[in-house]
Design a protein around this ligand. Structure first.
Ligand code: PLP
Ligand code: 3DJ
Length: 422
């Protein structure tokens, strides 16, 4: 599995102690204030529960709660579960929630209704998607291509899916997957945004190249859904999975989702054909007969509490255009890189996140000596990012609630911490 490509050191000389550096910092503060004042998404921040005096830059791992989730969960537990009990499966719409909320997620990833179902973990959905993809591939194909830098769970599950379907896994850098696909390739599993480097991969062209080779394209959208535009239908993606606890704010362990392109649904042969995906679940028939549409991706009883927490979290998107989110995400990450460049002592960090907008997700990853210790101190000082071993500091920028002033504050604290360490 390959390491992310380094895109060059942040080279500006560090001059914080000089009058010109002080002026630069003042200039950055004025710029941040101007950018925040002009931000069309500024008021959306009020929809989230955020800790005062903290800069939360870990929404690419666990998004914070929305302000309405407590009230919704208290109603679900107190009234729907507590008073209506079993009647809520129908009366409160619990039974159909996976497809109903799936359509809401679908709207954020360019999927027309009826193709996304929410439930299970991302790992489980990777398994369903990959085995089903191989089962739908042309006869005689025995290779699954996997993004060589993939988030580990995808790689582990692909290995198992391959063993179960008589295939082998070939790891290939994501950018080369299209070219690597050949007549033996059944399917490829690719991360839209790399979790370590924040690199955005070219979904339309990789998907088209896979199709040209007769293979199916399975995308993991964990680090892109809710952070940037995704056009699953328009780009002809076959299957996709993603989590809902990062940029969709569903909460810790909230259920993941599975997209199966409508044209493929009749051939989607789930490796986990649980009773919830049956054409007549309450017929309790001994023989399995799959239901029609997105429901085919279901397995067992849905995780109602976290599913409905996600439902409420998605209200935060009311009136928000994904294009505005993308524009702000790029502006935030550009501004953070500029602040780091201006304030952090020269040579202490280098960005592994691409400079080119077309290749950047919604995070900035900085390679840094002693990154674990540096992140520990940042957390102590109220800058919440994370550390990926051995040497990566990750900062996720979630446009719905992150301000330009937060980006500057994070860079200032980072500069301070690095000044005090060798
Ligand atoms: C790209 C990617 N895939 C999968 C996962 C995890 O999947 P799961 O929801 O099963 O823990 C993560 C993060 O945890 C991820 O970043
Ligand atoms: N899912 C997580 C968890 O249960 C605990 C801690 C972190 C996570 C994450 O999501 C990690 C994340 N996918 C990553 O990009 O590293």
């Amino acid at each position: 599995m390959s390491e992310p490509t380094t895109t060059g050191p942040l080279t500006q000389p560090h001059a914080r102690a000089t009058p010109s550096a002080t002026a630069a910092a003042g200039g950055l503060a004025a710029r941040a204030a101007g950018l925040d004042a002009a931000d069309p998404l500024a008021s959306v921040r009020d929809r989230f529960e955020l800790v005062a005096d903290e800069v939360y830059l870990d929404g690419n791992s666990l998004g914070p709660p929305t302000t309405r989730v407590m009230e919704r969960l208290s109603d679900v537990v107190g009234r729907e579960w507590g008073r209506l009990g079993i009647r809520s499966w129908d009366g409160s719409g619990w039974w159909t929630a996976p497809e109903r909320i799936g359509d809401r997620v679908g709207a954020l990833v360019g999927a027309a209704p009826g193709q996304v179902v929410v439930g299970d973990s991302t790992s489980v959905n990777v398994f369903k998607a990959l085995v089903a993809a191989v089962r739908m591939a042309p006869e005689g194909r025995d290779e699954i291509l996997v993004d060589a830098a993939t988030f580990p769970t995808d790689g582990y599950i692909a290995e198992s899916a391959a063993r179960m379907t008589g295939c082998h896994v070939r790891p290939v850098p994501a950018a080369e997957i299209g070219a690597a696909a050949g007549e033996r390739t059944a399917a490829a599993l690719v991360n839209h945004v790399d979790y370590r480097s924040g690199r955005l991969h070219d979904l339309p062209s990789v998907t088209a190249a896979l199709h040209a080779a007769g293979a199916l394209a399975v995308w993991d959208l964990c680090h892109s859904a809710g952070a940037l535009p995704v056009a699953l239908d328009a780009d002809g993606v076959d299957l996709a999975v993603g989590c809902t606890y990062k940029y969709l704010n569903g909460g810790p362990g909230s259920p993941a989702y599975l997209y199966v392109r409508r044209a493929l649904q009749p051939r989607f042969d789930s490796p986990l054909p649980g009773w919830n995906s049956h054409a007549d679940p309450f017929g309790m028939a001994p023989a399995y007969a799959p239901g029609d549409g997105a429901v085919r991706g279901r397995v067992g009883t849905p995780e109602i509490l976290s599913l409905l927490a996600l439902d409420t979290a998605l209200d935060a998107w009311d009136g928000v255009a994904v294009a505005d989110v993308r524009a702000k995400s790029l502006a935030l990450t550009d501004f953070f890189l500029e602040c780091v460049d201006a304030l952090v002592p020269a040579g202490r960090v280098e960005s592994v996140t691409p400079q080119e907008h077309a290749e950047r997700g919604s995070q900035v990853s900085l390679r840094c000596h002693d990154a674990g210790e540096v992140m520990r101190v940042l957390l102590e000082r109220g800058v919440i990012g994370d550390h990926r071993r051995p040497d990566i500091l990750r900062f996720g920028f979630t446009p719905l609630y992150t301000r330009f002033a937060d980006a500057l504050q994070a860079a200032r604290v980072l500069a301070d911490v690095l000044e005090g360490t060798p």
